[in-house]
Ligand binder design. Sequence first.
Ligand SMILES: [Zn+2]
Length: 179
Amino acid sequence: MAIRVVRLDNDEILRKKSREIEVIDNKIRQLSLDMLDTMYKYDGVGLAAPQIGILKRIITYDIGQGPRVLINPVITKKQGKQTCEEGCLSSPNVFGMVDRPKQIIVEAVDLEGNKIRIKAEDLEAVVLSHEIDHLDGKLFLDIAYDMYTVTEEELAQAKAESEQQYNKEQKKNKKSKKK
Ligand SMILES: [Zn+2]
């Protein structure tokens, strides 16, 4: 387990194209674990390897359904349109609206080397589009509009508020379960 340093958006490595992974060895497995640790540590929903300075085509994400690791992901189909507010661990204080496809199909390889095909929509489609863009050196900043920045204090406050809200909901759920 290791938390890696997240590269910020002024780092030129984030502008480079990542290379395909040809062999899934222990190094790649360790990398995926470190990426998950780093993603959870900083409350990200997704992370791409270049964000920790590794130019390899691997992403991790978790939209509340458990951790997922995709190797060499490719979007093979896009459909519809949605607009969503996005942020990025590499631009921790910046948020903005981004237009993305509503549904996408992603083909990739998992850590066991099996080919997988994911039909993603809504948030999952946003996260996958955002992370796969990172593998091609593209940042959400390039396509975002109505952007705004928040200070560290505001960010900490928003986080505390959402945690409070979460705890409240957990309590409510417990109560309703008792009934
Ligand atoms: Zn990002």
